[in-house]
Design a protein. Structure first.
Length: 420
């Protein structure tokens, strides 16, 4: 049963504006016999950044298709975007015949600023006589966010201050938030390929610095990267791992109350659904990503430090395991102890472990706090991981989750798909 929403896609149709040729190369032939046709199929992702004020929400007025090759002059074809049409399936003619034509695509705002870039750096196609070559391109926002997730800060901490400044000092993003039991910080609208310095400072109520960390990085909205950030306190260090995943979000997390901060996940089980807004009916769903049946003498859930153990657990290949607070028909396991499974609407650090403490998967769910891109939930509805993001890396990002739209059962006024 298909049940996961991948992303929101807007279809676009293009109308011709202009063609321009670059200098410095021999002009391409002009006879019809030396030209071919290129069909462009494009879609623009408008919700990769969840912030209303993000650069991704800037209206893209024009689409640019650049065609280049070693034996031809570079061509740029600019087209007007028309979001009132149902889909894009536009054909570009008079493209010089040849092999290994490089096609690059991006979108511009009315004032000429780049708002979206291709998820690929470029496409390579052969242009042939009498044939239509085509590319399928997905445009992602040309800016992104840095999300910081902190837990375990003592009561002596009062506020967290984060700032990212480009080396040329033309761009700065900064924010300050008050400490909470689980603190979420975001820096938004960071342009693609901005090189700069990230600084995070944790201060007490008097404004004195308790912890400080800094790192130089190049923000890339297209490719995966990873960096390490070190918090320093009175000569001591605490590791904070940050990973960058496309498109355009950097997520870092550190639990100051934990003995271990760096987490390597085995990933054979992943968290694929979370119900946090149904009180005693809350649950988490786990998915077996492997082709093998998984057996656990003891499987452990650690939710904000509250540990529950489940013995003799079996999960079939590409099957689901649903763990909840109470004995319900759609649950495989439940916790009859006082407090049950403490999943809350304020957000949780949810960790799945083996008996020996090995971390299988961890997700920091922001709950009703939308600062790190998690969807807004109204009523008793779960959030579900997009099917194409079923891995231990992508399920950390709120933008890859969506609100359930299907009833759990006909007689239960809750929405979710536990076990499916």
């Amino acid at each position: 049963m298909l049940r996961r929403n991948h992303y929101v896609v807007f279809g676009i149709t293009l109308s011709f504006l202009a063609i321009s040729f670059s200098c410095g190369k021999t002009s391409a032939p002009t006879d019809v016999e030396s030209h071919g046709t290129l069909e462009v199929r494009a879609r623009v992702l408008t919700q990769s950044l969840s912030k209303q004020t993000a650069l991704a929400q800037t209206i893209a007025e024009n689409l640019v298709v650049e065609i280049s090759g070693d034996d031809m002059a570079t061509i740029q074809i600019v087209r007007k975007l028309d979001f009132s049409r149902p889909a894009l399936n536009d054909t570009l003619t008079k493209i010089p015949v040849g092999k290994n034509r490089r096609i690059s695509v991006w979108a511009l705002s009315r004032d000429g600023a780049i708002t979206h870039i291709d998820s690929l750096e470029h496409h390579v196609v052969n242009i042939e006589l009498g044939k239509v070559s085509y590319i399928i391109t997905t445009l992602i926002p040309a800016a992104g966010s840095i999300y910081l997730q902190l837990a375990g800060l003592g009561t002596n901490a009062d506020s967290i201050h984060a700032i990212f400044t480009s080396f040329d000092e033309n761009f700065t993003a900064k924010t300050s938030v008050k400490r909470a039991s689980k603190t979420f910080v975001s820096l938004d609208n960071i342009p693609h390929l901005t090189a700069g310095h990230l600084s995070v400072t944790i201060k007490d109520v008097f404004g004195d610095t308790l912890y400080i960390a800094g790192k130089e990085l190049i923000f890339n909205a297209r490719s995966d990267n990873s960096i390490d950030l070190q918090f320093t306190e009175n000569g001591g260090n605490a590791a904070m791992d940050i990973s960058i995943y496309e498109p355009g979000v950097t997520v870092g997390s550190y639990d100051f109350g934990s003995q271990t901060s760096s987490v390597t996940e085995s990933g054979e089980l992943i968290i694929s659904e979370v119900m946090w807004n149904a009180s005693d009916s809350n649950y988490i769903e786990l998915y077996n990503t492997t082709n093998d049946t998984l057996f656990y003498d003891t499987l452990t859930t650690d939710i904000d430090g509250v540990v529950r153990h489940f013995t003799h657990v079996q999960v079939l290949p590409h099957g689901f395991l649903v763990i909840g607070r109470m004995n319900l028909p759609h649950l495989d396991l439940y916790t009859p102890t006082t407090g049950g499974l403490p999943i809350t609407s304020t957000g949780n650090w949810i960790t799945i472990k083996r008996k020996d403490g090995t971390v299988i998967n961890r997700v920091i769910c922001a709950g009703s706090n939308r600062s790190t891109g998690w969807p807004q939930v109204s009523g008793k509805r779960s959030v579900e991981l997009a099917r194409d993001k079923y891995n231990a890396a992508d399920n950390k990002f709120g933008k890859h989750w969506s609100v359930a739209s299907q009833r759990v059962s006909a007689d239960l006024n809750q929405y979710g798909t536990p076990g499916f």
